[in-house]
Design a protein around this ligand. Sequence first.
Ligand code: FAD
Length: 341
Amino acid sequence: MAAPKVAVVGAGVVGLSVALCVADAFPSCSLAVLAERFTPSTTSDVAAGMLIPHTAPDTPIHVQKQWFKETFTHLFDINNSAEASEAGIHLVSGWQVFKSTPEEELPFWSDVVLGFRTMSKAELQKFPQHRYGQAFTTLKCDCPPYLLWMEKRLKAKGVQMFTRKVANLWELHNEYDIVVNCTGIGAHQLVGDQELFPVRGQVLKVHAPWVKNFVRDGDGLTYIYPGISNITLGGTREKEIWSLSPDPSTTKDIFDRCCSLEPSLQAAQEVKVQVGLRPSRASVRLQREVWSQGGAKLLVVHNYGHGSGGFSMHWGTAKEAARLVGECIAALQDSSSRAKL
Ligand code: FAD
């Protein structure tokens, strides 16, 4: 049988990581990435890129924990290598603070991040409006550099990249045997997934190099995430809102909320305001399908719907998607050897 032709549709953090996992696991495949937009124009470019998971209600916790752990381990290895700075990966320590003690004092990811502990009274004095807090060290991706670094690695492995808007996955069946759908919020239209909805997020990228620690309000709405080149200040979580236009009054509100957590930000210089649509679903769609029409077949693997946690989970879900691609390759080989009998 000829080498299977695989297309990954989507070049955000999910598509690029799937392409890397497939290229590593099945080097004899002919692999291409097709996307309407590449970095710096994807939702993944807007994200803060912090490794702090959000819970998806319909995915078992042990599965989410495994995806997070695999992602953390993978990025920790990059962090500990000479590639760290080009890949935009670094460790960051800080605090998650609460106005009252949360129901769940030990989140499922507490033993994956480093040094998770309850904050001391002395540390809490920095946050007079908050009564309880957790201190830990986690990883952060500076998103555009991380996406560029993944693209560079894919090109070095001979993976082709095409700018192309796909109107229907079926249009690819003459060119490819297997298609991996990593289109994020684009899957709403591409495969008509009504369970997928946007959660709009507006953030500010500011320059304030003296802020070294992250601060996250436990409600997840207000956060200060220092990166290598700038600091992400957030944010908003607006369900079912599709607008990508920044709202000036929201910008002021975000800035004021962040300054109340870290008053020195008053001296920050604003770099830009960005908006992105989190591809949200009760669970990530990570699934294999066979599409057929008039005797022709296309094997499809879906991997989208990572909501607020695409960076936190991407490597774990990419490994699972690559495993499903492996099942597709086995099915193709099986049907080709049966055809020869
Ligand atoms: P995308 O990045 O949107 O990529 C989708 C790709 O598919 C693009 O290349 C697009 O062009 C392509 N595409 C879509 N439709 C088509 C089509 N029809 N044909 C061809 N190509 C198509 N997550 C974290 O883990 N940590 C954070 O700190 C964090 N902060 C965030 C802050 C904000 C403000 C926002 C908005 C999100 C944040 N997220 C965070 C969530 C994270 O950004 C997403 O989960 C992640 O980016 C989703 O990645 P993706 O690759 O699925 O989608």
